[in-house]
Design a protein around this ligand. Structure first.
Ligand SMILES: CC(C)(COP(=O)(O)OP(=O)(O)OC[C@H]1O[C@@H](n2cnc3c(N)ncnc32)[C@H](O)[C@@H]1OP(=O)(O)O)[C@@H](O)C(=O)NCCC(=O)NCCS
Length: 144
């Protein structure tokens, strides 16, 4: 485990799903979809073993999580979340660093994150931590 203070980081495994779902569900502005069922998250973790990460406090409670995966060319992060009680201590930065270290080791050149434009906390976090808005394209999607 990657330990700093009393919060430890380790890879997200499917046994973490229920706690992660509870954490994500507790956060205003974090929207869950059909991609967030246990079955769908299991598929994502199987395709990307060791890239997603959880933060666990000294009582064994999950206080942070993020999903991370890549397709051999580029990566994405989803659902970065830190419990309110654990915010402002660098846990969010550590979760992201964990993912970046693994992506770098896998020679993945770039990573994206989707942030709602009205998520002020999220936008500030990313922009203050080395992420930028390319501002030259928009994301188009199609439901399949
Ligand atoms: C965004 C989020 C994950 C950040 O988590 P966090 O653990 O508070 O993040 P960090 O502590 O690493 O950084 C947050 C701030 O605390 C500061 N900080 C970091 N370590 C610190 C410390 N030891 N003491 C005081 N402040 C610290 C950081 O500089 C950062 O400042 P900023 O707000 O100007 O960016 C969290 O606020 C969250 O879960 N928000 C809701 C969900 C969300 O919006 N997710 C992003 C969706 S894309």
């Amino acid at each position: 485990m990657n330990t700093e203070s009393n919060i430890e980081l380790r890879a997200f495994v499917i046994a973490d799903y229920e706690a992660a779902f509870a954490l994500w569900s507790s956060i205003d502005g974090l929207y869950l979809s059909e991609s967030d069922t246990k079955e769908a998250v299991a598929v994502f973790l199987d395709r990307n073993p060791g890239f997603s990460v959880v933060a666990i406090d000294e009582r064994g409670n999950m206080v942070g999580a993020v999903l991370c995966g890549h397709n051999g060319r580029a990566a994405s992060l989803y659902h970065l979340a830190v419990a309110e009680s654990a915010r402002g201590k660098g846990v969010g930065q550590r979760l992201v660093q964990f993912c970046i270290a693994r992506l770098t080791a896998a020679n993945v050149a770039r990573c994206s994150v989707f942030v709602y434009t009205d998520n002020e906390v999220g936008n500030r976090f990313w922009l203050n931590n080395g992420w930028y808005d390319p501002d030259t394209w928009k994301v188009l999607q199609r439901r399949l």
